[in-house]
Design a protein around this ligand. Structure first.
Ligand code: DLL
Length: 432
């Protein structure tokens, strides 16, 4: 049931010693190889000699998404590109994209950490693992793929398209583990009903779900309708991708891979630790990353620590499910979307002050993002062709910037004032 028992079940004292040594090495790497961090550490009057315990972390500077953007694309890499064997990225226009790199050793560690989460969920080398995350520049597909292969499972890299084909393959290839977002799993269940495929015709035993927020109610529904054990796993590209934390078969909290990541939970306003068990923002420091180490990265994801110990025997601390965000990021079909990206594109195309509203809905388990844009009276009553051309331009631009198909609806001036929830320009109608 373990993949790397010596680390997953390590005595706390030994783990903390290992973390300290790895933190020292990471700080050295950052301070000597990355000018941005050298400056930050100098500004904080940091002295390597003072890092004699993990408490030293509290005095170190934070890293934010804005820092990553300001150093686009390679400014925060700690090794020359010749040592980088993989590059991933999040969606976004140039300057709003996060670019991350991996050395060969980073890829090896990543595969092991993902193998841990598969193993913790019950998956073994005997299993047939079908991965329905996007196999592209995002970290989900390839990250999970390498981990499942490392475990020795038979991996089907089905990716996200052609839902009926996914089902046929799942039945014919006798898939035992389904890996995707929770909403994609529900979409599969619904399509099964439509095409008359009975879950008993499948060989599924495990569902390994992550990349977006979900609830216990969703877990119960997926588990029951597919007859599987459904576990949650969490990760983010800035830190590594999937494999940062994952649930064991207790299905009660996600074990953080603490030998590779140092996690703090802080009050997002005061940036001080929250009292034990309370919810705050996850702040993560990488301990082994070579190409793209990060110091105290503010993830903006909200969670709490769960009390020790876990009956599974792992000593790695657990966090709760992700309960929300401390910023306005949305996740739409597994893709991170910042309302600011949409605002910037609209400002360029339709003028800086044009009112808009972003509406996110989940219909038949599929997310839909619609951007409503107010246009001047003259255009609204003008030729339909001109309206279409504008809507097309916005749609194309957003598809490029976000990596996501978006619906664009042009509306008459002053329409949006009347829409409920307009205050923050985002109306998220999904019930999670
Ligand atoms: O979503 C990595 C991943 C892929 C994790 C596949 C698990 C499975 P990003 O695209 O950088 O990376 O998005 C990271 O997604 O900051 C969270 O807000 C959210 N997120 C990821 N996993 C979970 C989860 C991948 N289990 C952002 N529950 C993170 C809730 C999640 N939110």
């Amino acid at each position: 049931m373990y993949w790397q028992e010596q680390y997953e079940c390590m005595a706390r004292e030994d783990l903390e010693q290992l973390q300290l040594e790895r933190l020292q090495a990471t700080l050295y790497r950052l301070g000597t190889h990355v000018p941005f961090y050298r400056r930050r550490l100098q500004e904080a009057r940091f002295d390597f000699e003072t890092v004699t315990s993990l408490e030293a972390l509290a005095a170190l500077p934070f890293t934010t998404k804005e820092d990553l953007h300001a150093n686009y694309p390679y400014g925060l890499f700690a090794v020359p590109l010749r040592d980088v064997v993989r590059i991933h990225s999040t969606s976004g226009a140039a300057g709003m994209t996060t670019v991350v790199g991996y050395t060969r050793n980073d890829i090896k560690n990543w595969a092991d950490l993902v193998a841990r989460l598969f193993r913790a969920a019950g998956v073994t080398a005997e299993d047939v693992v079908q991965i329905a995350h996007d196999y592209g520049i995002l970290t989900g597909g390839l990250g999970l793929h390498y981990g499942a292969e490392r475990l020795g499972a038979s991996v089907i890299p089905i990716s996200t398209a052609h839902i009926k084909r996914q089902l046929r393959i799942m039945r014919d290839f006798k898939t035992t583990a389904l890996v995707c977002t929770p909403s994609h799993a529900l979409k599969l269940v619904e399509t099964m009903m439509e095409v008359g495929l009975n879950p008993s015709e499948l060989s599924l035993k495990y569902g390994i779900f992550g990349a977006e927020r979900w609830s216990e109610a969703m877990r119960a529904e997926i588990a029951e309708r597919l007859g599987i054990v459904a576990t949650d796993n969490y990760g983010l590209s800035e830190i590594m991708g999937p494999g940062v934390a994952g649930e064991c078969r207790e299905c009660h909290g996600l074990h953080v891979n603490e030998d590779h990541f140092l996690v703090e939970i802080l009050n997002p306003r005061t940036l001080q630790p929250v009292p034990e068990g309370e919810t705050g923002e996850l702040v993560i420091t990488t301990l082994t990353k070579e190409a793209f180490p990060v110091l105290r990265y503010r993830t903006r994801d909200l969670a709490s620590f769960l009390p020790d110990p876990c009956p599974c025997g792992r000593t790695l601390r657990r966090i709760s499910r992700i309960q929300g965000r401390s910023d306005d990021m949305l996740i739409v079909r597994g893709v991170n979307v910042f309302p600011g990206q949409i605002a910037a594109a609209l400002a360029e195309i339709n003028g800086p002050d044009s009112p808009y509203l972003i509406v996110v809905e989940r219909e038949r388990h599929e997310d839909r993002l619609t951007v409503m844009v107010e246009v001047t009276e003259s255009l609204f009553f003008d030729e339909v062709r001109k309206q279409w051309a504008l809507a097309d331009r916005i749609q194309e631009r957003l598809a490029t910037d976000l990596g996501l198909q978006v619906q664009v609806k042009l509306v008459e001036e002053k329409t949006l004032e009347k829409v409920e929830g307009h205050g923050n320009r985002v109306l998220d109608k999904r019930q999670l």
